[in-house]
Design a protein around this ligand. Structure first.
Ligand code: ADP
Length: 220
């Protein structure tokens, strides 16, 4: 297989989501080709991305003329127009892109995108909604779930873990979660070790199955 020639990324649809993706990629030092059919948005992004083009991305021939067949990574950030989103993924798949990411607005939309050739489908609204649900009760300060029901979270150290080392409180045996690190006020994050001593007010960074993380965060 040929070597990857470039880590340029095409971002198609420069709305709120696509714009945020494109902006972050630029900050990370990537070349970004932004495409949108809306002239105003193209204008808005013109000097913020490496290249910005006004085009209808559902047209494979147009995409080829833009050199999209030489790019590996594309993010299809068209949301509300499901037909345009699906046709764009199809066009990119026909051009042979190796890494197509697409934003879905719902479960069925996501399924269609997968079957059309998207390699990764993201559900930003559903994912953020779930995250907020975990945060709103105040038990978790941060929560990130991976696809397979495995999560990482930040939560206050429960009473049973205070004034002892992690090996003494034995949280992994008792609760099925692993303490990855500890954040103490006015101190740097430290990686958790067996002899790490937990003090009142410490914040634990824990990982484990989502249901066990939820139970652990609910402890007083
Ligand atoms: P968000 O909620 O992230 O703002 P939208 O669905 O509102 O997402 O925005 C998607 C963007 O995709 C819009 O700026 C729209 O102009 C653009 N877009 C829609 N259809 C096409 C298309 N066929 N080709 C290129 N850009 C498109």
């Amino acid at each position: 297989k040929p070597p990857i020639q470039s880590d340029s990324v095409a971002v198609i649809g420069l709305g709120r989501f696509g714009g945020a993706v494109a902006e972050s990629l630029m900050r990370m030092g990537h070349e970004v080709l932004g495409i949108d059919s809306n002239a105003e948005l193209v204008q808005k992004w013109a000097d913020r991305l490496t290249h910005v083009v006004q085009a209808d991305a559902t047209d494979a021939e147009v995409l080829r003329q833009l050199g999209m067949n030489h790019i590996q990574h594309a993010v299809v950030a068209i949301g509300s127009d499901i037909e345009a989103s699906v046709l764009t993924v199809l066009a990119l798949e026909e051009l042979g892109l190796r890494d197509i990411w697409a934003k879905a607005t719902g479960t069925r939309h996501g399924l269609i995108l997968e079957r059309t050739g998207a390699h990764h489908v993201v559900h930003p609204e559903a994912a953020m909604g779930e995250r907020v649900a975990h945060l709103v009760t105040g038990k978790m300060m941060d929560f990130l779930e991976f696809e397979d029901g495995f999560a990482i979270a930040k939560t206050r150290a429960p009473d049973e873990s205070l004034e002892k080392t992690l090996s003494e409180s034995n949280l992994r045996q008792k609760h099925g979660i692993t303490v990855v690190g500890i954040k103490r006020r006015h101190a740097d994050f430290i990686y958790a070790q067996a002899d790490t001593y937990v003090e009142p007010g410490d914040i634990l960074v824990i990982s484990g199955p989502t249901n066990l993380i939820e139970k652990f965060a609910a402890l007083e």
